[in-house]
Design a binder for this molecule. Structure first.
Ligand code: PMP
Length: 305
């Protein structure tokens, strides 16, 4: 990913892709205090547009706030940086990665006095869990790792350090031949995937863990709440147990990278008919209509680059 042509926005300017470097004594590299976003741009009839740009930028600033970091740019500048990288790299669609980190002025746990940096990169990225998975559903394993407790590294912040837990869970699940991990919270209730929120469907009602289970407040999750309402499908946010997932009629993951990915199996137990379920399919198709600019009701969620 690092050795290629293109431009990356770094601390206020577009620099050559290969020159977008940090020092090895970067505080965040040692202690993991940093925050990032994952954003997608889609090709629409009116041109390339970033989906829910403002909400992603707000979450980035909130993540930084939770970490007591002050991003030295305005939200408008960060929005503009994301549009700029899509344009500068000539992308019709793609994934955008803003990241804020603490600089290398000094080490030691306290980052006080170190500069806060921000970069934004963008590249082409297809279906995160595979095209096949989008149609047929993926196979998921309950992780042996527990998702973060809400009073450890903060679960409403999309922090760099939270992803050690995601990496462990994802590697364990994929080493065991599954596509993705499902993590439980410290009390044993369903929290989220390594990089996705979870939804299940039972008797026509959609359920998703409430955020006290330590799941990230996903922007795709929120989009699905809107879609379900439009479709007249009831959504309940509540505590969910792993066996409720086993006996659900349908299940799916949501995320900026994962979009809406059906789940056909958890822990080798088939969910429903073992394929993408009918409500999942309707939500997935409504999602792609919205992100690709085919639903005028949500045109305000698309920012042309
Ligand atoms: N949970 C985790 C742990 C994630 O990494 C992500 C991806 N950002 C999500 C949930 C979904 O969030 P969103 O829909 O905002 O991408």
């Amino acid at each position: 990913l690092h050795d290629r042509d293109g431009k990356i926005w770094m601390d206020g300017e577009l620099v050559d892709w290969r020159d977008a470097k940090v020092h090895v004594l970067t505080h965040t590299l040692h202690y993991g205090c940093g925050a990032f976003e994952g954003v997608r741009a889609y090709k629409t009839e009116r041109g390339t547009a970033i989906f829910r740009l403002q909400e992603h930028t707000e979450r980035l600033f909130n993540s930084a706030k939770i970490l007591r970091m002050k991003i030295p740019f305005s939200m408008e500048e960060v929005n503009e940086a994301q549009r700029a990288v899509i344009r500068a790299n000539g992308l019709e669609s793609g994934y955008i990665r803003p990241l804020t980190w603490i600089g290398s002025e000094k080490l030691g746990v306290s980052p006080k006095g170190n500069r806060v940096h921000l970069m934004v990169a963008a590249w082409a990225w297809g279906a995160y869990l595979g095209e096949e998975g989008m149609k047929r559903g993926i196979r998921v394993k309950t992780s042996s790792y527990t998702r973060h407790h809400v009073n450890i590294t903060m679960t409403q912040a999309k922090t760099v350090s939270n992803y050690t837990n995601s990496i462990l869970a994802n590697m364990e699940a994929t080493d065991d031949g599954y596509d993705e991990a499902l993590l439980l919270d410290p009390a044993g209730f369903v929290s989220e995937g390594a990089g996705e929120n979870l939804f299940i469907v039972k008797n026509g009602v959609v359920y998703t863990p409430d955020l006290s289970a330590g799941a990230l407040n996903g922007i795709t999750r929120n989009t699905v709440l809107h879609i379900a309402k439009d479709l007249g499908v009831e959504v309940v946010q509540k505590r969910i147990t792993r066996d409720e997932v086993y006996i659900a009629d349908e299940a799916f993951f949501t995320g900026t990278a994962a979009e809406v990915t059906p789940i056909r199996e958890l822990d080798r137990i088939q969910i429903g008919a073992g394929q993408r379920g009918p409500i999942t399919e309707r939500i997935q198709s409504a999602f792609f209509d919205i992100v690709n600019g085919r639903n005028p009701k949500y045109a305000h969620w698309l920012t042309l680059v």
